[in-house]
Design a protein around this ligand. Sequence first.
Ligand SMILES: [Zn+2]
Length: 345
Amino acid sequence: METMHTVCSECLREVDAAYVVEHEAVDIRGVSVEGEFKHLICPECGERIGQLDIAGRNLDKMYRAYREKLDIPQPEEIVALRKGYGFTQRVFAAILDIGVASLQRYEQGALASDSHAQLLRQARDPRFLRDRLRQGARKLSEEERAHALQAVTAQCSGRVDYAVIRFDVLDGMAHEESLETGMRAFDPDRLREVVAYLAAHVRDLYRTKLNKILFYLDFASYRDTGRGFTGLRYAKADFGPVPDQYELMMGALVDGAALALREQGEGQVVVARRGADLSSFTPDEVARLDAVCAFANTFETASALSEFSHQEPGWCETPTGSLIPYAYAEGLQWGGADGGPIAQP
Ligand SMILES: [Zn+2]
């Protein structure tokens, strides 16, 4: 048994104390984490002997468990990320817009604040850093920014997404181009980028709101171009048009990596953890996305958009639970991106 000759901090006797490993649940910032923590136990009084290096090791272990639970990069991952891009601490901190001293502390094991933790998570994705560099990073000089942009852009292409989507689920619902899919084959990657874009540009993107926006995006696209936008099928639910099997689809798509859910008010809002990659979208398609975002933002509340969707002939005339045929796109209330009157809410 591993022991240590020391003075007990509780009974102050000189003892040979044994190390004991105990499984404990501890609370860190309101999050319960579990782990095996080592303590030095006094053989005389039975209390834990307070010792700085043991306390430090235990705290480090708790922080690690906390980060793991919340998917926050560990200190060595932060260092590896930064070095992977070839950034100094100053440059990396400037891109994330956090203090250099904070970044240094996180690399040495301090626990990041919630907002900084979110930035560190997002920093795993070079596209997020690219977007931030394009949008400013004003603490950097022009040369530094250009240099950094080159470094992250090099990592953007051909990269496997950290948001490893659960393809088994999405493939299970994948469908070929047909009248039901708006003559477009369903593509989960494309849908993920669409939703990431909507999350960044639509105010309070509640899940129910997202369903309707996708419906308008797809049906207007089909009406204007003869092809839907995402290849999703839509069904009539009591509260509006929804992507077919949307619970399954949302669960696979919003998996906490690229897309996550945040509790807000009485519902859940879809948030993007990184910028959308629209490199495979045409300018017309991007304009179409912007138009549907603007359309959605004209509604004060999610329920106003919901009520608007309840006037859609496709929704009114389809039996609950049945697929809404894309043929109804002709009578869509929203004018869409290609001109025509945009219906006022
Ligand atoms: Zn003691």
